[in-house]
Design a protein around this ligand. Structure first.
Ligand SMILES: [Zn+2]
Length: 378
């Protein structure tokens, strides 16, 4: 209890102010939460998360969060009050910006990812095991061999597959044995499938919704003409014969060109319009979140030659590398690629969401299977 008193005392006397250039704010007292940059805030946060996740394993706190379930829930007034509190928090739509409260470290550097808020509403809807994996992965508190070793629970921090240092990053993206067994390829294809589905739907949609050239706007007397809705039609609207070729399960021929420029490279997705001689090459990488930008540069360089030989063969070609982090955070390149094709608005948001979910789901599976043999049936 002494430690608790110490922390309470420390926090009760906390005042802070913010300086920016010549301007300095007044002093504020902290009302709730923890203070960024304060040395014990990280420990406090981990403590709180630990309590939450432990409770969750025992069916504690999350049962409490599930509305209207469990026969015993009425037995205690306090419990009802807690539920009221939680519901109030949800209704206020106060974002629980877990990402903003990131542990000092990797997350602050992911400048190029599409911002992703973990909101109360999302937590409410999500399956408990999903929440647990996402939060634990983000704060690196999953029982990886490396963490278990740090926590003095195991003798060795070795990866069960290759015996190298088994951090979460190693297990989810750097293990050469896992790579050789096709585990990462499997995850890559899970994500690719979802992207290809969205693009295939985009091709269909563009076929049928091409705006007529002679659209007539009817305007009533006295009305001002409405500014036409901003529609960037995207490249898919520029032809009707788009073909979508996807290189799933390494099927070989799938994405080769009809008039192949001499190259052994096969992009993951090729979109071709023969009538307009346009080609879009899309190459997906599912790297560790820290490596999103590096992957983009690498893929762009890798396909430079293929793009220019397509251009020499008379095609208007373009390569779009796409990165989706294995923790479920997409790089902006994904959003840009959908926009380029003309997949916009709600359709784009849905497509991004299902893509990131696929990456996260597949990573969770790789995590669960980390010590088990890998079969093709998986
Ligand atoms: Zn390994």
């Amino acid at each position: 209890m002494r430690i608790r008193d110490l922390i309470a005392d420390y926090y009760s006397n906390f005042r802070m102010r913010v300086s920016s250039g010549a301007v300095t704010s007044g002093w504020h007292k902290i009302e709730i939460g923890i203070i960024t940059g304060c040395t014990i805030s990280v420990i406090l946060f981990s403590l709180a998360m630990n309590i939450l996740t432990n409770q969750e394993s025992g069916g504690g706190i999350l049962d409490l969060l599930q509305p209207g379930e469990g026969g015993a829930s009425n037995s205690c007034i306090q419990e009802g009050e807690v539920q009221e509190e939680v519901r109030a928090a949800v209704e206020e739509e106060r974002s629980c910006r877990m990402v903003a409260m990131r542990q000092q470290g990797a997350w602050t550097r992911w400048e190029n990812t599409i911002e992703r808020k973990v909101t109360w509403a999302e937590l409410w809807k999500a399956e408990p095991h999903q929440i647990k994996f996402l939060i634990q992965a983000v704060y690196d508190v999953l029982p990886s061999p490396s963490n278990l070793h740090t926590w003095a629970k195991v003798e060795t921090p070795a990866c069960p597959l290759c015996c190298k240092h088994g951090t979460l990053e190693h297990i989810l993206s750097c293990c050469t044995k896992a790579l050789g067994e096709g585990r990462y390829q499997w995850r890559h294809d899970q994500v690719l499938k979802v992207i290809a589905e969205a693009m295939s739907a985009g091709v269909e949609w563009a076929k049928w919704s091409r705006p007529s050239k002679h659209a007539i706007a009817f305007i009533r007397g006295g009305e001002h003409p409405k500014p036409s809705a901003k529609t960037s039609a995207g490249i898919l609207a520029s032809a009707r014969d788009w073909q979508l070729l996807v290189d799933l399960e390494r099927q070989g021929q799938a994405t080769e060109f009809p008039q192949p420029p001499t190259s052994t490279l096969r992009p993951d997705i090729v979109l071709l319009s023969e009538s307009t001689k346009q080609a879009v090459l899309l190459e997906l990488t599912v790297p560790w979140e820290d490596c999103l930008e590096e992957a983009f540069e690498r893929k762009l360089a890798k396909y430079e030659g293929l793009v220019s030989s397509c251009q020499q063969a008379g095609w208007r070609a373009r390569c779009l590398p796409i990165e989706v982090g294995c923790g479920g955070f997409a790089a902006r390149s994904l959003s840009r690629a959908f926009s380029f094709l003309g997949i916009e608005g709600a359709r784009r948001i849905r497509a991004i969401l299902s893509t990131t979910e696929a990456a996260e789901r597949a990573s969770r599976w790789l995590w669960l299977k980390r010590g088990e043999p890998w079969g093709q049936s998986s």
